[in-house]
Design a binder for this molecule. Structure first.
Ligand SMILES: [Zn+2]
Length: 229
């Protein structure tokens, strides 16, 4: 071999070698770039996914919802109490108890009707009949009796003024106390026309429907008497 040939061969080999090396390098680089590119593409995906996933751990929201649910579940037993309260309220709203003691509405229909007519008659004579006490609850009557016992010193004396609930015409809506004095005087004189009579000597304010309208009232009693007891 001549020197020229050797150099050519070498140069060819060198070119080819360099080319191969360069090509492989390029390939490798391309693959690497792909890999990097893929990795770069995946990274944002991964991060975006993981970020919301981490952010959602609105573990806080889960924590808040659970506590709120538990209290809601525990009160699920109380609903029974609201059910009992409505049943209690209708019991308390019984009409006779709801009407005030000064109202004519709590009286028996017989006494109410007669008293209304008497009030109209009194007004024609320039007298106004005012109701001071009509129907009373048993509790109120008992309270009045207790007070009277303190005032008069004994049960027997107290019942001359205030009868026990079970004997009281007021508790039944069959008695009315009126005022002022002019009204008492007027009704004592004219009550018989309407069937309304004063019953006791010691209580000029106390009237009951004791006779048929237009007929004489029965003789007055000195005071109330508690029958039994
Ligand atoms: Zn009375």
């Amino acid at each position: 071999m001549s020197v020229k040939v050797r150099t050519r061969l070498l140069s060819v080999i060198g070119v080819v070698g360099v080319g191969l090396v360069a090509g492989s390098l390029l390939l490798w680089h391309a693959q690497l770039g792909e890999m990097l590119g893929l990795a770069a593409d995946k990274e944002p995906v991964v991060s975006s996914v993981s970020a919301p996933a981490l952010a959602q751990p609105p573990a806080t929201t889960k924590a808040t919802t659970t506590p709120t649910r538990t209290p809601r579940r525990t009160p699920s037993t109380p609903p029974t109490t609201p059910k009992t309260t409505p049943t209690k309220s209708p019991k308390t709203t019984t009409t006779p108890k709801a009407t005030s003691e000064e109202s004519i509405d709590g009286l028996s229909s017989k006494l109410r009707t007669r008293l209304k007519k008497a009030m109209t008659g009194a007004r024609a004579d320039g007298v106004t009949i005012k109701i001071t006490s009509a129907r009373r609850s048993s509790a109120k009557q008992q309270r009045l009796l207790n007070e009277a016992i303190k005032k008069y010193g004994s049960y027997k004396l107290a019942t001359r003024w205030v009868l026990p609930p079970k004997y009281s015409a007021h508790v039944l809506g069959k008695a009315v106390d009126i005022g002022p004095t002019a009204a008492m005087t007027w009704l004592n004189k004219n009550g018989w026309k309407y069937g309304v009579c004063r019953r006791y000597d010691n209580e000029p304010w106390h009237f009951e429907a004791l006779t048929a309208p237009g007929t004489k009232c029965p003789p007055r009693e000195p005071h109330a008497v508690a029958k039994a007891d």
